[in-house]
Write a protein that binds this ligand. Structure first.
Ligand code: BG6
Length: 301
């Protein structure tokens, strides 16, 4: 079980996905504030992770205490050394992201995901994951910083995306599978730094609600890496387009098929699909940042 709030919860969702996919261990992410008040059943043999940038989020700290009170052990995945959550857990890892200047964490998100990916690979190697496959994913992880730099050198049409979202009534973020938490994280960033109402949904749920909001020109940001659920995401894009939505698509650079579906196409370098959140989240952070600046918001507060 992985617990967190906001960005940390989104990293927890990706961690749960990785643990289940790679290690085939049932895994679930919880919102800390709901966890402690929902009378959770604690399995003392389960692994619990408390994820937090600041290490001071009261909801997560209370959840940790709740688990410990009921006989469970909690490992911290925390940035700030010596923080309350780190001390309360007394075990786990520091993610060493350096100070986050504002409430909206960015590099801490990446390091939370990276730490949980490393854990997933290690636990998977002790179970079902073969040596070669394990090595391949670790090598992929080591390449991520270079790929992020490569993307930052050529960020794509971020300013076109900013123009599409900055005066919108609301912005919808969609992604499937491992990209669903990335969509949530993109929406959280845009809300928290540019104060634009945002919705995030797993792409398959789009037709069960948010589609009602789409009108001519509604901006929809799709996160669609070249994975096994891409075709399903493309069909959600078709449905949005049919209602006149403006599609801002974050996709892998060699994916020509996806590009054809977009009004604004933002390519990121390709990598193993399990690691794509580390790349696809970056343009969403830049969109939030640049939109906030365009609207005259102070991004450091
Ligand atoms: C919220 C912030 O209050 O706390 C989010 O608005 C943040 O941006 C969340 O992700 C969790 O913070 P932390 O420090 O526990 O990771």
């Amino acid at each position: 079980r992985l617990l967190g709030c906001g960005t940390a919860k989104h990293a927890a969702e990706i961690g749960a996905f990785l643990i289940e996919s790679l290690a085939r261990v049932p895994s679930v992410a919880h919102i800390s504030s709901e966890f402690r008040t929902n009378e959770p059943v604690i399995n003392p043999n389960a692994l619990h992770f408390a994820i937090s940038q600041s290490g001071e989020t009261a909801d997560t700290l209370s959840a940790v205490k709740e688990i410990q009170l009921k006989g469970g052990q909690v490992h911290g995945v925390v940035n700030v050394v010596g923080s309350s959550i780190a001390r309360q857990c007394a075990r786990g890892v520091y993610i060493h992201s350096g100070p986050e200047q504002a409430v909206a964490s960015t590099k801490a998100f990446s390091n939370m995901v990276a730490a949980l990916a490393i854990f997933s690979i290690q636990i998977a190697r002790s179970r079902t994951l073969g040596k070669e496959k394990g090595k391949e994913i670790i090598n992929g992880l080591q390449q991520i910083p270079h790929l992020i730099e490569e993307y930052l050198d050529d960020q794509g049409p971020i300013m076109e995306a900013v123009e599409a979202v900055k005066d919108a009534k609301s912005v919808l973020f969609l992604g499937r599978g491992i990209s669903a938490p990335v969509a949530k994280e993109g929406a959280l960033k845009l809300m928290e730094v540019a104060y634009i109402p945002c919705l995030a949904y797993p792409a398959g749920e789009m037709k069960h609600g948010p589609i009602a909001l789409l009108e001519d020109g509604s901006p929809v940001i799709f996160i669609v890496p070249n994975d096994h659920v891409k075709e399903k995401s493309l069909s959600a894009i078709h449905e949005c387009r049919a209602r006149g939505a403006k599609i801002i698509l974050i996709h892998e650079e060699d994916d020509i098929e996806a590009t054809e579906e977009a009004d604004i196409s933002i390519p990121v370098p390709s990598c193993s699909y399990l690691l794509t959140p580390l790349l696809t989240v970056v343009p969403t952070q830049l969109i939030a940042y640049r939109t906030a600046l365009a609207l005259g918001c102070d991004v450091d507060r």
